[in-house]
Design a protein around this ligand. Structure first.
Ligand code: C2G
Length: 129
């Protein structure tokens, strides 16, 4: 069984997230998502609309997602890769190169980000109405 992991906030889930998760899942047989906690989002300078528990419920409802774990720190990826016997780490290419240090531990793949959509833009568009 080929095990894949990816990380993110996944707030106000949109087609860009869905496409990332689907492509990640297609790279293996089992997809784990390291979901940023509310506290870690603060460290990332982000404020999610939905709480961690709400975002976790949404991701767990997706066919492509097999398991959701909390992402509490930048530094947990190597431990997660070992703990969950990960074969492939996946991120959108807005992170290109940032996680190459993981290549010692697993395959690292950056996938093209879906253009023209973002949670930030959705929030801006909704504020206009
Ligand atoms: N994404 C995408 N296309 C978009 C928006 C997002 O492919 N239009 C991808 C991102 O590249 C990322 C994933 O969806 O791989 C989750 O995006 P975010 O929730 O914005 O994640 P981020 O805040 O970048 O957190 O340790 C890694 C961080 O937790 C990543």
């Amino acid at each position: 069984m080929k095990r894949v992991i990816t990380y993110g906030t996944f707030d106000i889930l949109h087609p860009g997230h869905i496409r990332l998760l689907n492509r990640a899942r297609q790279l293996g047989d089992y997809l784990i998502v390291g979901l940023s906690t509310d506290e870690f989002n603060t460290m990332k300078g982000k404020t999610a609309y939905y709480t961690f528990e709400q975002r976790k419920d949404i991701l767990e409802a997706l066919q492509d997602v097999d398991k959701v774990i909390p992402e509490n720190t930048w530094g947990q990826k190597i431990t997660d890769i070992a703990s969950y016997s990960i074969d492939t780490f996946v991120m959108g290419n807005d992170w290109e190169g940032e996680f190459d240090y993981l290549k010692e531990h697993c395959e690292v793949i950056y996938l093209p980000r879906t253009t023209g959509i973002s949670t930030t833009q959705i929030k801006k568009d909704l504020n206009k109405n």
